[in-house]
Design a protein around this ligand. Structure first.
Ligand code: ADP
Ligand code: MG
Length: 270
């Protein structure tokens, strides 16, 4: 792959900036002040042991979990945790906007079982963007083609392989035209032979200049596709840098070294 072709813009304003995000569940502090920024078109992979707070971090970015404190900036819009402490009509409207602008793909696809692939992808444009059924259908067909599933448009999720279901979930996310794409271990639930087709779609999104945060155990994806890698340890960013710096650098900490060594011993599928 020729990385020089990648459409990374060098605009000074980040697409996404995360400032001092903290999250506690009761007395358990799961995120302990996380800050980073993603430039437009940047792909950031987030790695770290189970329980280190990766999913909670992604969920705090679009306020599926309300951060205890800190702020998330999306372009010019700043979402301060404190402004959302007690819900009201204005805060709910703002959060709907935030979630539309930050699409998320989960490990477990979460497609509507009683709707075809096409209907799953049409849902967002109709209900979130207020598009007509005809427009939504045309766009959904384009997106299914984009993920290589034109021939499966009228099939229900149960008749699709896991890899196909995840590609429909990616098309569904793209249908609401998000600015930032969040992926939470999108290939972890898949049989090994189906991982590649999903990673290929993600790689093509990276190449077209999408801003992406990808929590993944696919170290090869992090190494080959990401511009930056974040290593999370116990609710903090322990290291952030280029894939080279984080994955092969000499400055790796004991915790990062032991995390990566587990891949080499195949304890985590890489
Ligand atoms: P990761 O995705 O890195 O495996 P998570 O963000 O899922 O980590 O979890 C981080 C920690 O937060 C874990 O100790 C987990 O048990 C805890 N946690 C996550 N969600 C909740 C919740 N809703 N209530 C209480 N504890 C939670
Ligand atoms: Mg997780």
């Amino acid at each position: 792959m020729d990385f020089s072709m990648k459409a990374v813009s060098h605009s000074s304003q980040p697409a996404l900036a995360v400032t001092e995000i903290r999250k506690s569940f009761g007395t358990l502090e799961v995120l302990k002040g996380v800050s980073f920024a993603a430039a437009p078109g940047e792909v950031i992979s987030i790695i770290g042991a189970s329980g280190s707070g990766k999913s909670t971090l992604l969920r705090c970015l679009n306020f599926l979990e309300k951060p205890t404190s800190g702020k998330v900036s999306l372009g010019n819009d700043v979402f301060e945790a404190a402004d959302f402490a007690s819900p009201n009509t204005r805060s709910r409207t703002r959060l709907m906007g935030l979630r539309r602008r930050m699409g998320m793909v989960f490990q477990s696809f979460n497609l509507w079982p009683h709707r075809s692939a096409l209907e799953n992808v049409m849902e967002g444009p109709i209900h979130v963007l207020g598009r007509s059924k005809k427009e939504a259908e045309a766009r959904a067909l384009e997106l299914l083609a984009r993920v290589g599933l034109s021939h499966r448009a009228h099939v229900y999720p149960a008749a699709l392989s896991g890899g196909q279901q995840q590609r429909v979930a990616i098309a569904r996310m793209l249908a609401t035209e998000p600015e930032v794409l969040l992926f939470d271990e999108p290939t972890s639930a898949l049989d090994p032979e189906l991982v590649g087709e999903v990673l290929a779609v993600m790689k093509s999104l990276a190449q077209e200049g999408r801003t992406m945060l990808v929590v993944t155990h696919e170290i090869a994806f992090a190494r080959d596709v990401a511009d930056k890698v974040i290593f999370m340890n116990q609710g903090q960013i322990e290291k952030i840098g280029s894939p080279e710096e984080v994955l092969s650098g000499d400055a790796r900490s004991d915790s990062l070294r032991s995390f990566l060594a587990r891949f080499e011993r195949n304890e985590i599928r890489a």
